[in-house]
Structures are given as C-alpha cells and as structure tokens.
Design a protein around this ligand. Structure first.
Ligand code: C5P
Length: 428
C-alpha cells in the first residue's frame, strides 16, 4: 500500500552513528511513495556518504548553506517551503539544542527555522546525554513548540552502554511518519499557521464560564457543589496571555480574578444562562468550565424555612431541571466555537463523545474524576481533548500549564473556523 504518495519529506541527518540507518529509512519512505530530499550536516557526512543518500533518494543531497550552485537551484527558503514534513533522523543532542534554540548557522538549522511544515525528530545519543538536564530542557521546549519526538528506543548502544538513546528503527519511523500525516485536520496545522503577533487568540473574544452555581432553597440556604473555579480561572488567564479579550462568567469562588478579565459574577444557573446568551453574541470561542447545578428547587422560599415547617413527613424539595447553558450557546444561529468540559467517573471517552454530540459541541475536555490525585480543588489535572475527528491526551500537570496547553491546542484546532467566526472582532 502506498501510504505516502507524493508526500514531500525533507529528511535531515545530523552527526550520530545512527546515521548509517538513514539510507534504509529513505528507501522505505520512497517505497511508500514519498518524494524525499536529504539535508545532511557536516558531521553527518562523517558517518554516511552523500553519494549513498543521493542514490536512495534519487535527488541531489544538500549539505551546505553556502553552496552558491545548490542555493541557485533551490535555496534554503524554497527547501523549507517545499517540505510537507521535516524529519530529522538521527537527531543528536547537539541538534536538539540547536532547534530548541532556533540556531540557523547551517542549512538544516535554517530550514527548521524557516519552515511552516511540521517537524519530527528521532533522537539518538548516549543514554547519559539523553538523560542530561540540558537535553531534558531542550526536549520540553521542542514539545511545547509542537515538534513531534519519535523515540528513542532502549537497548544496546554503539558506545557499549545499555539504555535509552537508540534511534527508532527505520520501519517504526516509517509507521510514525504515516501516523503524522494521518493526524486529523487542525492539529497537523499546529505549526502550519503563523501565530498573529499578539498571540494565537489575538483580537478574539473568549467567554469562559467557571466555578459552581448556587441554587437557592431559601434566603440563607442553597444547593451547590465543590467546584473551586481554579481550572476555569486558569483557562481565562491563559486565553488572556494568548491575546484574547476575556469575559469570565463565574459562580462564587475565592480565586483571584485574572488581570485583564472582565468578570461577570453570577449565582444561579439561570443567571449564568442569561449572562452567557448575552455575552455569546460577539464571542469567537465559548468555553464552559463551570460546574452548573443540573437541578434547582422548583421554588425558593422567600423566608427562611423553619424546622417546624417540615412537620412529621420531613422536608421535601421539588427539583426542576436547569437550562443547559453550553448546549444553548451551541444552538445559537451565529454560534462561536463551543467547548465543554466533562467530569466522568467511568467509561469517560464513551460518555464524553456522546455529550459532544448531544450538546452540539465542537470539542469536549474530559476529566477522569475517579482519580484522587487530580481534579476538584487540586492544583493539577490531566485531561483528554476530544473533537469530531480525533482526541488528544494532555498529561498530568499544573492547572496553569494545562490551561495554556488547552488554549494552544484549541487555537490550533480551530484556527480556520476562528478566522471566520466574528471578523469584526479581529484587531486591526
Ligand atoms: O452534562 P454535564 O454536566 O456533564 O456537562 C458538562 C458540561 O456542560 C460542562 O462544560 C458544563 O459547564 C456544561 N453545562 C452547562 N449547563 C448545564 C450543565 C452543564 O453549561 N446546565
């Protein structure tokens, strides 16, 4: 099966012993239908020859930023534009540092900086180098920049040690590359869009609901829940950091309001519903994080209920259903991108997907609340982001860093639609 038919893949090779496996990788990519251009660093040429790579790729190999003849044929910017994927295999510790630092003093560095295509790296190095603090920091930067890291594998190393740092085998790299091209629309564009100068949500109006609601029983009592508002407030702060104008519609919480957010304080689900429908009018992205009470007392007593009011039969409260706020916003004729949250204790993915459809959402963020180490009241959380064509798990981290990741992913996922929601909201 030809899985990479006409895909334009730029294979970068840096100077590690695993470079001897790259000709085999290039052969496999070609057999899968891809068009491959190889860019080698000066040190890669110590391990594998340009002649071999030219033979297997069927194209001239590029290795010099300063080669006038090659630059005249296809300059480094054209190479960067040509690529649909830049795959660096092997990626040495030095190369990871260079990409993380944005260095462009050789051809491969310049291409990485100049491309809008996704970049994937297959690290290969001695296990101690792999575990060294600078490499860890560089990897974290690469991942945050949306670069895919494939491997490394563990096992015998060329240096005689045993441990993590072996380059992923060419056959598995081919599978990973096919997978990268199958990433659903949206995420594959993570790097394919230019972030506006003010941030990924620059000029956008984001409305966020947060905290619990309080459903009055009488003037002094209410039904509510344990929502702390932490996650919703963190998302509001992250959206502001991404350049958005943020309206935060919040039930009663003790979190400080993020600087720059317009707070609309509410108490009951019905208050929140009304405030949301009003704010949704000129909103681009609506994120419902609030833990809205599903039911409220049918009538709230206007005077404090006395123990003696109950009599022998005990006190009975009639409950009626509250409006579903996020579903109402999703049903608006000129709707924003609508994202909900789902706290689930079992069959989380199945229930969340059903909720996505039932409420007419564009995406849903699922919390497994059966885990005691994350969620309600805690400072950390782990979630899965689900949308029509895919899902993505965001690992356990602080609610603040998770919030930034959620905002980045949503901005990337809905970049096209966000460009068309409310054009009048875009800053000029
Ligand atoms: O149905 P469930 O309460 O699990 O749905 C959770 C999602 O729906 C959250 O995004 C929550 O903010 C939103 N929701 C709402 N209005 C309700 C109930 C839930 O906006 N009445």
């Amino acid at each position: 099966m030809i899985q990479l038919q006409n895909r334009r893949i730029l294979v970068g090779i840096s100077g590690g012993i695993a470079a001897y496996k790259t000709p085999q990788l290039v052969r496999l990519l070609r057999q899968a239908g891809a068009d491959v251009i190889v860019v080698m660093t000066a040190n890669a040429a110590r391990f594998v020859t340009a002649t071999t790579l030219q033979a297997v790729s069927g194209r001239p190999v590029r290795n010099d930023l300063w080669d006038p003849a090659a630059e005249a044929q296809m300059g480094h910017i054209e190479l960067a534009r040509w690529a649909e994927l830049v795959l660096i295999a092997p990626a040495t510790a030095d190369r990871l540092a260079r990409i993380a630092g944005g260095l462009a003093d050789d051809l491969l560095g310049a291409v990485c900086l100049a491309t809008r295509a996704p970049i994937a790296v297959a690290p290969a190095m001695n296990q101690v180098m792999w575990e060294a603090a600078p490499t860890r920091r560089n990897l974290a930067t690469l991942v945050a920049d949306g670069i895919a890291v494939i491997g490394p594998e563990s096992g015998d190393q060329a240096c005689g040690e045993v441990g993590p740092g072996r380059m992923t085998e060419p056959e598995s790299l081919l599978e990973a590359v096919v997978g990268l091209f199958e990433v659903p629309p949206g995420l594959s564009e993570l790097r394919a869009v230019t972030t506006p100068p003010g941030g990924s949500l620059s000029g956008r109006h984001v409305v966020i609901t947060a905290g619990p609601t309080r459903e009055a029983i009488d003037p002094v009592r209410y039904i509510s829940n344990h929502s702390s508002g932490k996650q919703g407030y963190a998302i509001a702060a992250a959206a502001i950091a991404a350049g958005a104008r943020v309206t935060l519609i919040s039930g009663p919480v003790s979190e400080p309001v993020p600087a720059g957010a317009a707070l609309i304080p509410v108490e009951s689900a019905r208050d929140m519903h009304a405030a949301c429908l009003e704010a949704a009018g000129d909103c681009d992205l609506f994120i419902a994080v609030a833990a809205v009470a599903d039911y409220r007392p049918k009538t709230a007593a206007d005077r404090k209920i006395k123990k003696s009011d109950a009599g022998d039969v005990g006190l009975h409260l009639d409950l009626v259903e509250n409006p579903d706020i996020v579903a109402s916003v999703a049903a608006l004729p000129r709707r924003p991108i609508v994202v909900g949250f789902a706290a689930e204790t079992h069959d989380a993915m199945k229930h969340a997907r059903a909720k996505l459809t039932r409420k007419g959402l564009d995406a849903i963020i699922v919390n497994d609340v059966s885990r005691t180490d994350i969620g309600f009241g805690s400072d950390s959380n782990a979630v899965t982001l689900i949308w029509a064509e895919g899902e993505l798990t965001l690992e356990k981290q602080s609610k603040a860093s998770l919030a930034s990741e959620i905002i980045d992913r949503l901005a990337a996922l809905f970049v096209r639609q966000l460009a068309h929601t409310n054009p009048e909201n875009v800053a000029h």
